[in-house]
Design a protein around this ligand. Structure first.
Ligand SMILES: Cc1ncc(COP(=O)(O)O)c(C=O)c1O
Length: 449
């Protein structure tokens, strides 16, 4: 095979101009993702393109599990579907041993389709419909009750079917994370959670198997998990004392932060985001101090999402145009906007050129292709002078994008998984017009053709 000629280049290097976070002020390029060449990926699958690294996902999972097990051996992970419910992505976590955590009937169906048994599904969410609850009860899923109307509905279904379902109560609480997430579940501090449990036992129609709290997402303070665990364990102890029943599990939800810095965050993610070890230590301390744990050794469940997948996801995007703004900044228009990468609204994602550039930097804003003022992928950063057709890598984008992406004026891009052997595998095809309008009908009298 003829060897490809690569022109030599000199890449600017920085000697001594590091900032106080030890970051270089030089933008270095990256032309591969998980061993696969960006140019080859674009040639085969088009632009924009989501790319996931199987190896990163597996490594993150194993690291999380090993760290948690060291602090508390009776730990179980349930993959949070809403974070990324691509079949291939969920299957990787299931292969690693994760069960499923779903928050809607649709996600429940997705988990079942991937071969997950009802008994291995945790059913969360504030909007479960009656038929969905019925299926979950028939299949032995663990239903996490969000509000009293749901509790009454489950009682009614239990009467109609003679099924005694396994349930948990979702609890909201003050853990020092503000604003408080009080809209889900029953409040701890004002006694609502306890009264609900009292009411549940009086009804005698379901088995209370667990207590659940999901205190927020991107919780960058590990100590919040100490307070959450402590409060649930105190409540569990009180249930034993008052009703003689020991719950089997304590579910601390998800919420661990990835290293993606928020827009308002000053310090880079690698300094401000707690490590797995810090989260696990906070939880482990609360468990090891608890009298309830000593006597009943409950299972600890984590419904982890973002921290397992965010950094495994990349978005390759191509420059469609450049222009100069009256503010003096350079604007680059990319072919992927917030329709594809909604988390750019919250995070200062990294934009990396895929080839080396000589010359000085321009203060560059990255826009998407939408005719919408909010379509900003990255507010101004010093960046080399890109050309039309150049590709950039935007990262991390693995969490909450391929579930929250919008069908707005553009087709959704393809998604590729780089397998552990370095082989790119298409895991979701690029959309076409038929994907967008195949559920539409045009009444006869409106037909133009
Ligand atoms: C109930 C529940 N569990 C788990 C998660 C996963 O959270 P994260 O992706 O922050 O780990 C969420 C997401 O908000 C959730 O609502």
């Amino acid at each position: 095979m003829k060897k490809q000629y690569n022109a030599p280049y000199i890449e600017r290097n920085s000697t001594g101009t590091i900032n106080k976070f030890a970051h270089k002020s030089v933008v270095t390029h990256q032309d591969k993702i998980a061993g696969a060449r960006v140019s080859d990926l674009l040639k085969e699958f088009g632009s924009p393109l989501f790319v996931f690294s199987e190896l990163s996902m597996r490594q993150a999972y194993r690291h999380l599990v090993q760290t948690m097990l060291m602090k508390y051996p009776n730990t179980e992970i349930s993959w949070s579907y809403k974070t990324n419910y691509l079949g291939a992505v969920c299957s990787i976590y299931h292969q690693e041993g994760a069960k499923a955590e779903v928050v809607s009937g649709m996600e429940y169906e997705m988990a079942k389709k991937l071969g997950i048994k009802g008994t291995d599904i945790i059913f969360n969410g504030p909007g479960k419909r009656k038929h969905e609850l019925l299926t979950a009860m028939q299949e032995g899923a663990r239903i996490h009750i969000d509000h009293l109307d749901e509790l009454y509905l489950i009682e009614q279904l239990a009467d109609e079917t003679d099924i005694i379902p396994d349930v948990a109560i979702r609890v909201n609480m003050d853990t020092g994370i503000y604003p408080l997430w009080t809209r889900f579940g029953f409040n701890y501090e004002n006694g609502e959670a306890y009264r609900t449990i009292q009411r549940l036992f009086m009804g005698k129609k379901m088995k209370l198997k667990g207590l659940h709290a999901h205190i927020g997402t991107f919780v960058a303070d590990a100590s919040a998990y100490y307070w959450a665990a402590q409060k649930l364990l105190i409540l569990a102890q009180r249930i034993v004392d008052d009703f003689g029943i020991a719950v089997e599990y304590i579910d601390l939800g998800g919420g661990f932060a990835s290293k993606n810095p928020l827009h308002e965050q000053y310090t880079p993610g690698e300094f401000s985001t707690p490590s797995f070890d810090q989260y696990a230590t906070a939880i482990g301390n609360a468990f090891n101090e608890s009298s309830f744990v000593r006597e009943h050794a409950p299972r600890l469940i984590m419904e982890t999402g973002r921290v397992l997948v965010d950094e495994a996801g990349y978005l390759i995007s191509t420059v469609l145009a450049k222009k100069n703004l009256p503010t003096g900044e350079r604007a680059v228009i990319l072919d992927a906007g917030v329709n594809t990468n909604i988390t750019a609204r919250w995070y200062k994602q990294k934009v990396t050129p895929t080839r080396a550039f000589p010359g000085t930097y321009l203060n560059t804003i990255f826009y998407g292709p939408l005719c919408m003022n909010i379509d900003v992928i990255r507010p101004a950063i010093p960046f080399p002078d890109l050309r039309y057709g150049d590709a950039v890598i935007i990262s991390p984008v693995g969490a909450y994008n391929v579930t929250q992406w919008m069908q707005f004026i553009e087709y959704r891009p393809a998604v590729v998984l780089i397998s552990e052997t370095g082989k790119p595998e298409l895991i979701r095809d690029r959309e076409e017009l038929c994907d967008v309008n195949h559920r539409e009908f045009i009444p006869e009298h409106l037909r133009v053709l």
